[in-house]
Design a binder for this molecule. Structure first.
Ligand SMILES: C[S@@+](CC[C@H](N)C(=O)[O-])C[C@H]1O[C@@H](n2cnc3c(N)ncnc32)[C@H](O)[C@@H]1O
Length: 227
């Protein structure tokens, strides 16, 4: 099994439990920081079936037809050429093996309820940062078409969207995203420091009082099968 763009390894640990102690999960990411975390967690959890590998998925050189499965969440949206990566990956999968991808389909579907004026600039700044970033944020819409060119049949295609109240997993997920990503949007002059401060104050206030909820960006859940 291969976990592409594994980040800190949250999905790799799940996959390791799926394949069991006799299986193998190779993980690939370009971040040394994430891989260092993944290695220390792997050792702590004694999940020795995980083999971390540092590098870009764009340079993967997989032996043909040996993998049972590949999983990639929130990776394709960062890639300038997701089709080229899918082609490389598909070559490495054995006939009947699966490629499972979860990625954004409609990022702009994110909503904060009740609406507030400070959220608009945040959405605009993020959308502009995606447009300038080199990848395609709503890459999920491309995956089924790209798969056809790689000998992968679409077996499962389903939208994934969630809502969550203050304190929910969805609320904490987006709160973490805002804290880590919005300063980068400010650095790129796509959001002003004042706009960030106003939004963050609003978010923190709501986090402490309840009554608000979020609709997450819509993702797509795709399972592809090697012909
Ligand atoms: C949003 S995180 C997702 C992490 C993980 N898949 C998850 O769902 O928790 C995106 C990850 O893709 C990695 N990444 C981006 N471009 C990459 C590339 N060209 N090759 C390998 N990893 C890449 C980043 O370092 C980051 O860890």
């Amino acid at each position: 099994m291969l976990d592409l763009g594994c980040g800190p390894g949250f999905t790799s640990f799940d996959l390791a439990r799926v394949v069991g102690p006799t299986g193998s999960v190779i993980t690939c990411d370009i971040s040394t920081r994430f891989l260092a975390f993944l290695r220390s967690e792997r050792d702590r959890l004694a999940l020795t079936q995980i083999e971390p590998s540092l590098g870009s998925v764009e340079d993967l050189d997989l032996p043909p037809g040996h993998l049972d499965g590949v999983y990639a969440r929130w990776l394709s949206c960062w890639l300038p050429d997701p089709g080229a990566v899918l082609e490389r990956v598909a070559r490495g999968v054995k006939r009947g093996g699966a490629v499972a991808i979860q990625d954004y389909f409609d990022w702009s579907a994110m909503k904060l309820v009740p609406e507030c004026a400070t959220f608009g600039p945040v959405m605009d700044g993020c959308m502009r940062s995606w447009q300038e970033g080199g990848g395609m944020i709503d890459v999920g819409e491309l995956i089924p078409g790209l798969a056809e060119h790689c000998g992968l049949a679409v077996e499962h295609l389903r939208p994934l969207a969630r809502i969550g109240c203050v304190g929910s997993m969805e609320w904490r997920w987006l709160g973490g995203f805002f804290r880590s990503y919005l300063p980068k949007v400010v650095e790129r002059s796509l959001l002003s420091a004042d706009e960030l401060e106003a939004f963050q104050a609003e978010w923190d206030r709501r986090s402490g009082t309840g009554g608000s909820w979020v609709h997450t960006p819509t993702m797509v859940d795709v399972v592809l099968r090697k012909r």
